[in-house]
Ligand binder design. Structure first.
Ligand code: PLP
Length: 465
C-alpha cells in the first residue's frame, strides 16, 4: 500500500463549493468566524446549505448530500417530514396562535407521553435547549441537596456554559492521571478556581468510587452522558455501581439524555441499563428540529420549582406561605411552546411506529462500512447504540472512554469525511452519524458506494497509521 503523509486532510473545496466559501466570507463580516455556533465551524470553511428534503441536504453550490448530521441528531424523521409539517399547521389552525403565554393542553399531553416512555420523569419542566435543561437540572440538584458542587465525566458534553465547560476534549498532556483526571478548562473565561466540577473517569469504577468517597459531602450531583458522546457505551456493571454509589453518598444522579433520548432506544439509555436516575434531561429529537429541552425526575426534586411553595420575583406564588428563597425560580417566555410541542409529539408518535426500521438501516449501514473498511485494509470500526453511531479509525478492540478515543486516527477519519463529502455524503467532520426514518434503500446504496470510492482513494494515497 502506498503510504503518503498528508498534513492537511482538507480537500480543496474550490470548485465544488465556491459559493459556500463566498457566503462564509460574507457571513464573517457580521458573525464571528462566519457562524452562529462554534460547533458549526470547520476548516477550511463549513458548507452552507439551502435545502433539505427527506434524508438529503443541498448546498448553495447545488450539490446534494445524503445527510447524516441530521441537525446534530435532532431530526429523527428527516427533513420536512409530512406528519411534522401537518402537526405544525394543525396546531396553528386549531389554536389560532403560536404562543399563548399561558398554560395550554399540549403541555399536558406531551408530558404524559414522555412519562409513559420515561417513567423516571415523574414531574417535568420544559426549557428551550439542551443547555438550559442541564443548567436547570444542576440548579434543582443544588437546591434539593443543599450542596454546591457537581461531578462530570471526562469527555462528556452538557452544553456551552461556564460551569460545565471543562474536560470535554482535553489534551492528554493536561488531563493528568486516568483514575483521577484534572479539570481542564475548555473555553476562554473558564478557570480552575475551586468551584469547577470534579472530573470523573468514565467506565472506571475504582476512580469514581475514590472520587465520590473524597468529595461526596460537597457534591450535589453526578451528571453523565450514559452513552459517552452518544456512541461509547457504559458498561452495565459501571452503571449499576454508579447508581449504588450515588445513592449511598446522597448525591443525585443526572442522566443527560439530550443525545441518547429517543435514539439509543425510544426510552433512552436508562431503558437499556434499567437504571432509574434522579433527574433526566432531554432535548434534540423531542423538538423535531425546533429548540427545546426537558428536565424531569423524582417528584420531590422537581417540586422545589413549584410556585405554590412561596412567593417569587414576580409574586406568582401563594403569598405569605414563604419567601422567594423557598422556590427554585425557573421561567422562560417560550417554555412549553405549542408549535414545538405539537411537532415533537408528532415525531414521538411516528418514531414509535418507525424506530425498528431506523435500527435496521443503521445496522446495515454499520456492517457495510466495516466490511468496506476491511476489504480496503482501513481500520474502520463503528461504535454506537440505536440510531446513532460513530466511525472510528483504530485497531483497538474496545473503545471504553475518552482516553481510548484519543488514541484513534482522527486524521484518517477527517480525510475520510472530506472524501465522502466529495462523493455526496455529509456529516460534520468527525461527527456522529444520526439515522432518520427518511433514510432508505437508495441512501444506503449511495452511502456504501461512496464509502467504496473514498476508501479506495485513501488506500491509494493517505497515511494510515
Ligand atoms: C448530551 C448533551 N447535553 C446537552 C447538550 C446541549 O444541548 P443544546 O445544543 O440544545 O443546547 C448537547 C448538545 O449537543 C448534548 O449532546
Amino acid at each position: 500500500m502506498a503510504i503518503q503523509k498528508i498534513d492537511h486532510p482538507m480537500i480543496d473545496f474550490g470548485l465544488q463549493s465556491k459559493e459556500s466559501g463566498k457566503q462564509i466570507n460574507e457571513a464573517n463580516k457580521y458573525l464571528p468566524g462566519g457562524v452562529t455556533a462554534n460547533i458549526k465551524y470547520f476548516e477550511p470553511y463549513p458548507l452552507v446549505m439551502d435545502k433539505g428534503e427527506g434524508a438529503r441536504l443541498r448546498d448553495v453550490d447545488g450539490n446534494w448530500y445524503v445527510d447524516y448530521l441530521m441537525g446534530f441528531g435532532s431530526l429523527a424523521l428527516g427533513h420536512g417530514n409530512k406528519q411534522v409539517i401537518q402537526a405544525i399547521n394543525d396546531q396553528f389552525l386549531k389554536n389560532g396562535t403560536l404562543l399563548f403565554g399561558t398554560p395550554h393542553q399540549l403541555e399536558i399531553e406531551f408530558a404524559k407521553k414522555i412519562q409513559q416512555i420515561y417513567p423516571s420523569m415523574e414531574k417535568m419542566r420544559y426549557t428551550n435547549s439542551g443547555t438550559e435543561a442541564t443548567q436547570l437540572a444542576i440548579r434543582l440538584a443544588q437546591v434539593f441537596t443543599g450542596k454546591k458542587r457537581i461531578a462530570k465525566f471526562e469527555g462528556h458534553y452538557h452544553g456551552g456554559y461556564k460551569e460545565m465547560l471543562y474536560s470535554i476534549n482535553p489534551p492528554l498532556t493536561e488531563s493528568g492521571d486516568e483514575e483521577t483526571p484534572n479539570p481542564v478548562p475548555e473555553s476562554a473565561g473558564v478557570e480552575v478556581d475551586g468551584s469547577e466540577p470534579i472530573i470523573l473517569p468514565f467506565n472506571h469504577l475504582n476512580g469514581v468510587e475514590k472520587l465520590l468517597q473524597k468529595h461526596y459531602k460537597e457534591l450535589a450531583a453526578v451528571v453523565i452522558e450514559p452513552i459517552q458522546a452518544g456512541f461509547i457505551e457504559a458498561e452495565q456493571e459501571f452503571m449499576d455501581k454508579l447508581r449504588e454509589l450515588t445513592e449511598r453518598y446522597h448525591v443525585l444522579l443526572i442522566y443527560d439524555e439530550v443525545k441518547t433520548g429517543f435514539r439509543s432506544a425510544l426510552g433512552g439509555a436508562q431503558s437499556i441499563y434499567q437504571v432509574t436516575p434522579d433527574i433526566t434531561t432531554l432535548g434534540k429529537v423531542i423538538g423535531a428540529g425546533f429548540p427545546i429541552g426537558l428536565v424531569g425526575g423524582r417528584r420531590e426534586i422537581l417540586e422545589v420549582s413549584s410556585p405554590k411553595r412561596g412567593t417569587d420575583v414576580f409574586e406568582a406564588g401563594s403569598q405569605g406561605n414563604g419567601s422567594a428563597k423557598d422556590v427554585l425560580f425557573h421561567s422562560g417566555t417560550y417554555n412549553g411552546h405549542p408549535t414545538i410541542l405539537a411537532a415533537g409529539l408528532a415525531t414521538i408518535v411516528e418514531l414509535e411506529r418507525s424506530f425498528e426500521q431506523i435500527l435496521l438501516y443503521t445496522n446495515e449501514l454499520r456492517s457495510g462500512i466495516e466490511k468496506i473498511g476491511r476489504k480496503a485494509g482501513l481500520p474502520l470500526k463503528t461504535y454506537g447504540v440505536g440510531s446513532i453511531f460513530n466511525v472510528v479509525c483504530n485497531q483497538e478492540t474496545n473503545l471504553r472512554h475518552y482516553r481510548d478515543l484519543q488514541k484513534t486516527n482522527t486524521k484518517l477519519r477527517k480525510q475520510l469525511d472530506f472524501e465522502l463529502m466529495k462523493q455526496g455524503i455529509y456529516t460534520k467532520p468527525l461527527n456522529r452519524y444520526s439515522i432518520s426514518s427518511a433514510h432508505g434503500k437508495a441512501e444506503l446504496l449511495i452511502t456504501l458506494n461512496a464509502y467504496e470510492k473514498a476508501c479506495h482513494h485513501l488506500k491509494g494515497g493517505a497515511g494510515v497509521s
